[in-house]
Every structure is written in structure tokens, then in C-alpha cells.
Design a protein around this ligand. Structure first.
Ligand code: LMR
Length: 333
């Protein structure tokens, strides 16, 4: 029993004698795949700061950025095994274990950044898919918050204005059925790749393009290996902050509350800084002059939207839920 309890506690991040970490009683490791300078990187650091301060150092938070500890391919496994206690993967990364979260990947779900808090608040169909997700609950994964990155832009070596401009091009996607359907509707091919592999795949010409918010494009230097970026704002990258529930419940009640408060505060901070971080990243890319930024007229953007809405939304209804799609389409009119 002693050995078993020890193993469970080690898996839950409780420090034993001789383990690193000074005087803290618990270690909470949070692994992610992007740069510390991005909206997710910044939110993770704020979470670390708040939890360490408010726990009086009883919880040590260790943030591992840039796929240093786990990458896209193994981070959810790491969470479930207790090797890390928290993650904030983009919604698309949950496709295999919680397919309904792909609601956040629907193209043009948000017409502008300002729509995100309203469309994704907890009492909406989108919010319920995130915060009351039975597939995650079944796996002992608790959802704490949604962190934003922002809206995605299309980068490519071809100038993209219309859907037809993508015919036959190969885009890297996150592993999501919705994103595959989006590019298929545009006549393009798609290849799922881990985030850490995107720059090299672009540089080597294995793919022609990809989609991401400005902050991810800039911090990975993707613009240095892409001739064009279309300011399409055609989709969303947001992060579901999740925690291993056995770990959370192993904490004394006051420390459980500290973790929840840290999540809330990090989400508030994230919403405060995300748009600005993306604007600054866009300015950096413009200043680098490696890439032509393609602006769409309102009519061109509307045409791009009409090429996937409601078509791709309806196609994905069996995965996301017809009720959710119907409600989203009704609200859009
Ligand atoms: C991507 O894989 O393109 C993004 O989800 C990476 C991230 O976490 O922002």
C-alpha cells in the first residue's frame, strides 16, 4: 500500500523527500508548444506567478514552453499519465479524445476578436462544449479556462485572395477533421503536422502553406519562409486550459482554490494582452519585409466565408452536434 500510495502521489506531482523544488509541497508542471512571448506563453507565466504567490510557495509551478518537455504528439498522454499536471492545447489537439471541441475550429466562427467572449461564454453552445465536456470528464481531465491566441491568417508561397487560389496547394493543419474539411472545401490538400515541425516543413517545401495567428507565425519565424500572408482572420486558435483531476483533488481545498484562482486570473490577463501581442507580431512581420501581406476587401472576405459557411459547418454537424450547429447558424442570421 505504501508503495502504491507513493506512486500515486508521485504521479500527482506531490514532492517526496529528496526531490527537487526546495520547500514547496507540490509541483505543477505545465507544458506547452509555443514561445513564452505568445498569448499562451504569457498566460502560462501569469498562472505560474499567481499560483506560486497565492500558495505561499507551497505549489511550485514549472512551465515548459516550445515543446521542450512534451510536443503535440504526446502531451495529452503526458497529462493523463500524470507526467504533467496541466496543459493548454489548442482545441484542435483534442480531436481524438474530445471531438466536440472542434466547434472552436469552425471557419469564421468568430467574425472578429471582440466576438470571442460572447460566443464562447460558459452558457452558450460553444461554451458548454468546452466547459461541460463529458469526454474530457470521463478521462479525469478538468477544464479550467479558455485562453485565446487570436484569429488565424493564411500563409503561403502563393498569393491567396479567393478560395480558388488554394487549389492543389498543400497546407499543414493541426489534426482536426474540421480543418481538413475547410481546406478540402478550398480545393487544397492538408497534412497534419506537430507545431514544432511546421517551420522546417515550410522551409524544405514539404508544404506550401499553413494557418496561424500572427504571434505564432512571427515567433516561429514562419514568415521568413513564406512569400505571402493573407490577412484572412478566417478561424480561431484558442487553448483549453486543462488539469489532471486526480492531481487537483489531491491538493488541500485551499490550494485547489489557488489553482482555480490562478486559472481565472491567467485567463483575464490573457484576454487583456492577446490582441496586442498579435498586433505587435504583425508589425514585426511587416517590418521584416520578407513577406507580402495580402489584404482582403470586405467582399473578398465575405466570398471566402461563403465558401465554407454553412457548408463545412453542416458537414461537421455529426461530429460537433447538429443542435450546436443549428443554434450557431440561427444566431448568425
Ligand atoms: C498549432 O499547432 O498551429 C497551434 O495550435 C500551436 C499553438 O499551441 O498555438
Amino acid at each position: 500500500v505504501v508503495v502504491l500510495v507513493g506512486a500515486v502521489l508521485a504521479g500527482c506531482g506531490l514532492r517526496g523527500a529528496g526531490q527537487e523544488g526546495g520547500s514547496s509541497s507540490y509541483t505543477l508542471r505545465l507544458s506547452h508548444v509555443v514561445s513564452p512571448s505568445t498569448p499562451k506563453g504569457q498566460a502560462a507565466l501569469r498562472f505560474e506567478q499567481v499560483v506560486e504567490e497565492r500558495s505561499g510557495g507551497r505549489i511550485a509551478v514549472e512551465v515548459y514552453p516550445n515543446s521542450e518537455l512534451f510536443g503535440d504528439e504526446d502531451e495529452l498522454q503526458g497529462l493523463q499519465s500524470g507526467a504533467v499536471q496541466a496543459l493548454a492545447p489548442a482545441s484542435a489537439k483534442f480531436t481524438t479524445i474530445a471531438p466536440r471541441l472542434q466547434v472552436l475550429d469552425l471557419p469564421f466562427l468568430f467574425r472578429q476578436v471582440d466576438d470571442i467572449p460572447r460566443v464562447a461564454s460558459r452558457d452558450t453552445p460553444v461554451g458548454r462544449a468546452i466547459f461541460a465536456n463529458p469526454e474530457l470528464a470521463r478521462r479525469d481531465i478538468e477544464v479550467l479556462e479558455l485562453w485565446d491566441n487570436g484569429l488565424k491568417q493564411l500563409s503561403s508561397n502563393n498569393r491567396i485572395v479567393r478560395a480558388e487560389d488554394m487549389t492543389g496547394l498543400r497546407f499543414r493543419i493541426q489534426p482536426s477533421d474540421v480543418l481538413r474539411a475547410q481546406f478540402a472545401a478550398w480545393g487544397a490538400q492538408s497534412t497534419p503536422l506537430s507545431f514544432s515541425e511546421v517551420y522546417t516543413a515550410l522551409q524544405q517545401g514539404l508544404i506550401d502553406g499553413q494557418e496561424n495567428p500572427w504571434s505564432n507565425i512571427e515567433s516561429q519565424k514562419m514568415h521568413t519562409v513564406q512569400r505571402f500572408i493573407t490577412e484572412s482572420d478566417h478561424g480561431y486558435v484558442g487553448y483549453v486550459l486543462v488539469v489532471n483531476r486526480p492531481f487537483l483533488e489531491s491538493l488541500p481545498p485551499d490550494l485547489q482554490q489557488v489553482v482555480r484562482d490562478g486559472a481565472t486570473e491567467s485567463a483575464r490577463f490573457n484576454r487583456e494582452v492577446a490582441a496586442r501581442i498579435n498586433e505587435e507580431a504583425e508589425q514585426e512581420i511587416v517590418a521584416a519585409r520578407t513577406t507580402e501581406i495580402v489584404q482582403l476587401s470586405p467582399a473578398e472576405r465575405a466570398a471566402l466565408e461563403a465558401s465554407v459557411v454553412p457548408g463545412v459547418w453542416q458537414e461537421m454537424a455529426p461530429v460537433i452536434g447538429q443542435d450546436v450547429i443549428d443554434q450557431l447558424l440561427a444566431e448568425r442570421r
